[in-house]
Design a protein around this ligand. Structure first.
Ligand SMILES: Cc1ncc(COP(=O)(O)O)c(C=O)c1O
Length: 379
């Protein structure tokens, strides 16, 4: 079946006890057992919940994966992947990545003896220079948050395989509608389901999709031991959101393209970071591995002061000034003080994330209204 049909029916079996077409919210902490050790597949809700099981099947379908695992947040899913490692192990990660991932790596896991190398991943071959016997994981974010850099997943996965190193791709910005890392050779696809999968800015959620049964067992064990599980109501909301992923993403892409071109032609705009421009440094790779370019972008103004950026950030009427992305409504964000505030300033500037950079999550409203809003905000 085609993607749109699979997305709508993914994990959605009518409820066996009533025929309810929507998977019910199983609001329960435990399950009655027939005799000790004899149960219906569910024992205690930190390990299993039927609303979550249905969602996990949907997650697997979205990434053409054998397994899906559902977490209480995107960060919880990231945390579980890093907990596969041991002291002395090394990770190679993009130098432009979500600030919360950087914070988790540098402020939590580094002190447990895991070493992180933050590198430019525009050229896959550059990665080989950092691989040694201790390297266990390559962490790719593509497109990156917030500079929209693109990494060649297939090329990195090929290098990683030669060295028996695992590859995890944070696929949040693209969504599974636009990009499928496992099909390109990655071992794990990760999403902050808070974003495009949920799609309505009403839930915090994360997930991992993968094909290896042994790896799935290890991650499931970490999750059940550490407890970063989602509640059934949240699973229900994400599952409902997924059913419209394809139509939402089509509109995000259409609006994204219109807004990106409007910004590029605006006399007050200096630079627009959007991977759908033909002169984007890795445009060819984006075209190869993505089905569209999405609604995420960043830009700087010719008057490169924080004050002017703040004025624009505070003047929009349709774009709401808020953290997060991927919802139906458009958001405007200041990475330096919001989503990426946990990255030290020198580190940020070195990697091209300036104090005046503005990030947009272009929603699915009428594109004309979005353009008019940005136009009036820039004066
Ligand atoms: C690219 C990316 N990965 C991971 C996360 C973390 O997800 P969550 O906020 O659901 O924990 C975010 C959050 O903004 C993100 O943008």
């Amino acid at each position: 079946m085609k993607l749109a049909t699979r997305i709508i029916h993914a994990g959605a079996e009518p409820d066996p006890s009533t025929g309810a077409i929507m998977v019910p919210v199983y609001q329960t902490s435990t399950y009655v057992q027939i005799a000790p050790g004899q149960n219906k597949g569910y024992e205690y809700a930190r390990s299993q919940n039927p609303t979550r099981t249905a969602l996990e099947s949907a997650f697997a379908v979205l990434e053409n994966a054998k397994f899906g695992l559902s977490f209480s947040s995107g960060v919880a899913a990231t945390d579980a992947v890093i907990k596969l490692l041991s002291p002395g192990d090394e990770v190679i990660a993009s130098n432009d990545l979500y600030g919360g991932s950087y914070r988790l790596f540098s402020k939590i896991f580094q002190k447990f003896g895991i070493k992180f190398h933050y590198i430019n991943m525009l050229d896959a071959d550059h990665i080989s220079d950092y691989i040694n016997n201790n390297t266990k994981l390559i962490w790719i974010e593509t497109p990156t948050n917030p500079l929209m850099n693109i990494t060649d997943i297939e090329a990195v996965a090929a290098i990683a395989k030669q060295h028996k190193v695992m590859v995890c791709v944070d696929n949040t910005f693209a969504s599974p509608y636009l990009q499928n890392p496992l099909d390109l050779g990655a071992d794990i696809a990760l999403h902050s389901a808070t974003k495009y999968l949920g799609g309505h800015s009403d839930v915090i959620h994360g997930c991992l999709m993968l094909n290896d049964a042994e790896l799935r067992e290890k991650l499931f064990f970490i999750q059940k031991s550490c407890g970063a599980v989602p509640g059934p109501q949240d699973c229900f909301l994400v599952h409902r959101g997924i059913k419209t992923l394809h139509v939402r993403m089509q509109r995000h892409c259409e609006n994204g393209e219109k807004v990106a071109h409007f910004l590029r032609n605006h006399p007050k705009v200096e630079k627009v970071y959007w991977c759908g421009f033909e002169d984007h440094p890795n445009y060819d790779i984006a075209r190869k591995q993505m089905r569209g370019f999405g609604g995420m972008m960043s830009f700087t103004l010719k008057d490169d002061s924080k004050e002017t950026a703040y004025k624009v950030l505070s003047s929009t009427r349709v774009f709401a000034l808020a953290e997060s992305l991927g919802g139906v409504e458009s958001l405007i964000n200041h990475p330096a003080s919001m989503t990426h505030a946990s990255i030290p300033r020198e580190e940020r500037i070195k990697n091209g994330l300036s104090d005046s950079l503005i990030r947009l999550s272009v929603g699915i409203e009428d594109a004309d209204d979005l353009i008019e809003d940005l136009n009036q905000a820039m004066g």
